[in-house]
Write a protein of this length. Structure first.
Ligand code: NDP
Length: 321
């Protein structure tokens, strides 16, 4: 068993920033860099290419994995300890708070949850088993497999636009969306519209996947939302870009959540003031980043809320002494 003053669960921009701030405050944070959802240490930015909107990186931005490596290094420089493992169970019912990695028990005086969110799937039976078998959730990770091939991108938000644009580096893209209107921002939509390698298939709701004899995905079965007609849309590979789900399974039954699964923080969770804060429904457990933010979901807002969680945790710990 190991005891820590502060335990950080998750290591995206929120977790790494919380680690940096608590490390500089002398709280020797222990960071579980995986988080119980099977994603990569470093979070969603590990699955992206250039980040053009993180302040401080002019002339084209910085690659996601590089930004995460730098954030981690900076936290480690001040003594934060990183462990590339997923927490498998937590118990926040009494102090010190408990977290397990398999049979390995860790306790802590304060916890900062920064487990982020993951890609939403279509909710079709057996879908998860098709991932990396012609079905993908990350264009930057898997796009290169489709050089001179055809791809379907499903979705109508910024992620779908970004992924579709990126994938045209490799081949033709058919963007399939269930409406004619888009959730994507004008900038991203216009950029995609100007890309002649993107074909638009609108008013189509995917119903299932078409499989080759070897079990890999060769397209989707889709229903036209206006006419009701069902048809096959084929391609060499399919990329899903239909939003995200918060990684909160680990905390079910322990922390207050919104209906959509995101953690409730601040005054609504019983925090000390109306002013935005990172308190969860259990005092001493704080949450930052996408796991509690379904509105902004940006690397910079996640990092900002990681900083807030660290300051909240530091002040709360000082008040306990
Ligand atoms: P969004 O929730 O914005 O969009 C999801 C899209 O998927 C919608 O068009 C939705 O359709 C569609 N969809 C959802 N469920 C299904 C389903 N079951 N079947 C078919 N289609 C479905 O998610 P994003 O991931 O695109 O974006 C999330 C946030 O991240 C946004 O705030 C976005 O601005 C931000 N972002 C910013 C980027 C940047 O600035 N570089 C890049 C990527 C994301 P419908 O519209 O009909 O509901």
């Amino acid at each position: 068993m190991a005891h820590h003053k502060v335990m950080v669960i998750g290591s995206g921009p929120a977790g790494d920033t919380a680690a940096l701030y608590t490390a500089r405050a002398g709280l020797q944070p222990h960071v579980f860099a995986g988080f119980g959802a099977g994603g990569p240490p470093g979070g969603q930015l590990m699955l992206t290419t250039e980040i053009e909107n993180f302040p401080g990186f002019p002339n084209g931005g910085i690659a996601g994995p590089e930004l995460m490596a730098r954030m981690r290094q900076q936290a480690q420089d001040f003594g934060a300890e990183f462990e590339d493992v997923d927490v498998t169970k937590v118990d926040f019912s009494e102090r010190p708070f408990k977290a397990w990695v398999g049979d390995d028990l860790h306790t802590a005086d304060a916890v900062i949850i920064s487990t982020g969110a993951r890609s939403r799937l279509l909710n079709i039976e057996g879908e998860e088993k098709l991932i990396s078998r012609g079905l993908h959730t990350c264009a930057t990770c898997d796009g290169a497999f489709y050089r001179n091939k055809s791809m379907i991108v499903i979705g109508g938000g910024d992620t779908a636009m970004e992924e579709a644009n990126f994938l045209t580096r490799f081949g033709e893209v058919n963007l399939v969306h269930r409406r004619e209107e888009f959730r994507a921002s004008n900038t991203m939509l216009e950029r995609a519209r100007k890309n002649t390698k993107i074909k638009w298939t609108l008013n189509e709701q995917p119903l299932g996947y078409l499989l080759r004899e070897n079990g890999t995905v060769r397209g989707i079965k889709s229903k036209n939302t206006k006419t009701g007609e069902v048809s096959d849309i084929t391609a060499d590979g399919v990329f899903i870009a239909i939003g995200h789900i918060p990684n909160t399974d680990l905390f079910k039954g322990q922390l207050k959540m919104h209906d959509n699964g995101y953690l409730v923080t601040g005054a609504a969770a019983g925090g000390p003031s109306e002013y935005p804060n990172t308190y969860t429904s259990i005092e001493g457990v704080f949450a930052s980043g996408d796991v509690q933010d379904h509105t902004y979901r940006q690397a910079i807002t996640a990092a900002g809320s990681g900083c807030m969680a660290a300051i909240d945790a530091e002040r709360w710990l000082a008040a306990q002494e």
